[in-house]
Design a protein around this ligand. Structure first.
Ligand code: NI
Length: 192
């Protein structure tokens, strides 16, 4: 098992739709083990294969809810249904929860997400499974599923935050391909 370098925004693999998994052999099992180790080392609540430079449709997740229930697993070739997002009300001062990403490390921005999601995917033994999620888990699934479509949550931000994110990326030199960080070696906090 190994902790893998995590690609940073600007690397083409993060901005390209990933391909379906067709080979459920030992290489996939080994990749998933490495992804769990990398996610835990970061630490993060989710990690998609493109983030470690592998353009395949799978992600790992690990999150413990308020009732101390651990939601941990791998979703291979997932599909995701989401409830309609909250309707914006201009008089409402509602501020959405902040989200972060290991591929845009050290930053968090508010982003509205659907509150309910239904995930259907395959496990390592190619068995289909289904998970219904609400709240933060639903957010994690939407965030990780986006990665497989070649989208970062940064791409979904409201204009001011989006500009702020662009400035940060420029300042840190994140615009070029092949930029990465290694959990446990490069110390970056507050990402997921
Ligand atoms: Ni992410």
């Amino acid at each position: 098992m190994a902790v893998l370098p995590i690609r940073i925004s600007g690397d083409p693999v993060l901005h390209t739709p990933a391909l379906p998994v067709t080979d459920f052999g030992p290489a996939l099992r080994s990749l998933v083990e490495d992804m769990f180790q990398t996610m835990d080392a970061a630490p993060g609540v989710g990690l998609a294969a493109p983030q470690v430079g592998v353009p395949l449709r799978l992600f790992t997740f690990s999150w413990t809810d308020d009732d101390d229930v651990e939601h941990r697993g791998v979703a291979i070739n997932p599909v995701l249904w989401i409830s309609p997002g909250p309707v914006a009300d201009e008089e409402d001062e509602f501020e959405p929860d902040e989200e972060g990403c290991l591929s845009f490390p050290g930053e968090r921005f508010p982003l509205e997400r659907s509150t309910d999601a239904l995930l259907r995917a395959f496990d390592l033994d190619q068995n289909p499974f289904e998970l219904q999620a609400t709240g933060w888990l639903a957010r994690i699934f939407q965030h990780e599923f986006d990665h497989l479509e070649g989208h970062l949550y940064i791409d979904r931000l409201e204009r001011n935050h989006s500009r702020q994110a662009s400035r940060i990326a420029r300042k840190r030199g994140w615009m070029s391909p092949g930029t990465s960080w290694l959990p446990g070696v490069d110390n970056l906090e507050d990402a997921n």
